[in-house]
Design a protein around this ligand. Structure first.
Ligand code: NIG
Ligand code: FE
Length: 408
């Protein structure tokens, strides 16, 4: 066992954490933060043991490692609750075609899009997938992400789906089985493909993953197929997530509520009725503004959702096709500039509320005694630079379970 370790981060300009202890935060509570100025953070054995103002810091016993926080602001380690890191290759050619006017759906219908990444990922094999996931995990960490969910979904065969889930778990991610992401070319229709995955992949995927996810959309899986997949996954003990209302409203929100899903993600096409229903439910709406931006689509109705008291989270949707972006600070900037959320609402949405989606809000997402010592030190005179410094180089140091990973 590692030796006991005590770390004091001292002389921080600010230390900020979403207020209270509840999760998820909704409505006005989403925008409340606890802020300490001229602050310290004390970590014992990988957990936060105290936070406070420097003037109240008393003498500490024993061996204490110190980290100079001058010029820095501390926020909780960021939580990315929606990523697709298990892919090989890239879609830069497709990106260039889209820049010239081709649409994402056209490329998908022509056998490109998700299916082109499926070909590359199958060809990479288990070791190639593991290397890719670890590389992507490193990118996320450098942007302050200390807890992350990762989906499979670029295998769509037994071997590659299971290798993807194993790679995500081995790299420290929270694995989600996106077994219903697209219909691979060897199956004529969604029903035949679901016959296969539910019979041949589900039982082993359920051992490796915490949740299951489905892409409910025209050209992918319809509501009846999504229900069939999700009910089978729930029966195997998995939590449920849905990609829904990305391009069209096809029944994702009512299905998510009926099945008791943890989240419904995207929501760019959600209308007033969906907002009202989601707000009255326990399902969290996961907003992915980098994806809407990358595809040149309208943004999800974030402000209306928060004002209606819906639980919302923010995530990157990191993937090679619709959101080649691993930066939650950039997502916070988009939340403030495009979604009408305050910096405080953005912070809570990618810390405590994202942790809630992953059933970890008791452990991560806040900087207060008892929580895991996952911390981002921002190179900024005010923590709100998290959202203000658009695309800025603001992550100075990331502390993971009490261990600083010096980035500079
Ligand atoms: O969340 N919408 C479906 N899946 C991903 C995109 C995957 C891809 O284009 O490779 C998403 O946007
Ligand atoms: Fe996604």
């Amino acid at each position: 066992m590692a030796a006991a370790r005590r770390l004091l981060v001292r002389d921080l300009v600010q230390l900020v954490s979403p207020a209270g202890t509840a999760a998820p935060l909704r409505g006005a509570e989403l925008g409340r933060v606890d802020q300490l100025d001229d602050a310290y953070l004390l970590i014992d054995d990988g957990r936060v043991s105290a936070v406070g103002a420097m003037r109240n810091l008393s003498a500490l016993d024993g061996e204490v490692e110190e980290l100079d926080g001058r010029g820095l602001c501390a926020i909780p380690g960021l939580v990315d609750c929606h990523t697709h890191p298990a892919f090989a290759g890239d879609r830069v050619d497709e990106f260039a075609l889209r820049a010239g006017g081709a649409s994402y759906e056209e490329l998908h219908a022509a056998g490109g899009g998700i299916l082109s990444t499926v070909r590359a990922t199958r060809a990479a094999g288990a070791e190639g997938i593991q290397r890719a996931v670890e590389r992507h995990r490193g990118w996320m960490l450098r942007h302050g992400t200390t807890t992350w969910e990762g989906k499979s979904g670029y295998g769509l065969d037994r071997q590659t789906e299971l290798a993807s889930l194993r790679a995500i778990g081995a790299a420290g991610g929270v694995p989600t089985w996106l077994g219903a992401h697209a219909i691979p070319p060897e199956f004529g229709d969604g029903g035949a493909y679901l016959d296969f995955v539910l019979a041949e992949v589900l039982s082993e995927a359920a051992e490796l993953a915490e949740a299951a996810d489905v892409f409910l959309e025209q050209g992918a899986f319809d509501a009846a197929q999504a229900r069939r997949y999700l009910e089978a996954c729930r029966g195997a003990g998995l939590e449920l997530r849905l990609h829904g209302d990305q391009f069209t409203e096809a029944g994702a929100i009512p299905l998510a509520i009926e099945l008791g899903a943890r989240s419904v993600d995207h929501l760019e096409a959600t209308g007033d009725d969906g907002i009202r229903r989601l707000a009255a439910s326990d399902v969290t709406g996961v907003l992915l503004p980098a994806s809407a931006l990358f595809l040149g689509r309208g943004m999800p109705p974030a402000r209306a959702l928060v004002d209606a008291d819906a639980a919302v989270a923010l995530a990157t949707d990191f993937n090679p096709g619709s959101a080649f972006c691993e930066s939650l600070p950039l997502v916070c900037a988009l939340a403030a500039t495009q979604l009408g959320l305050s910096p405080a609402e953005a912070l809570a949405s990618c810390t405590v509320n994202a942790a809630h989606v992953l059933a970890r809000a008791h452990d991560v997402g806040r900087l207060s005694p008892g929580y895991a010592a996952d911390v981002v030190l921002l190179d900024a005179p005010d923590w709100r630079y998290l959202a203000y410094h658009l695309g800025g180089d603001i992550v100075h140091t990331v502390i993971v379970r009490g261990v600083p990973t010096g980035l500079r």
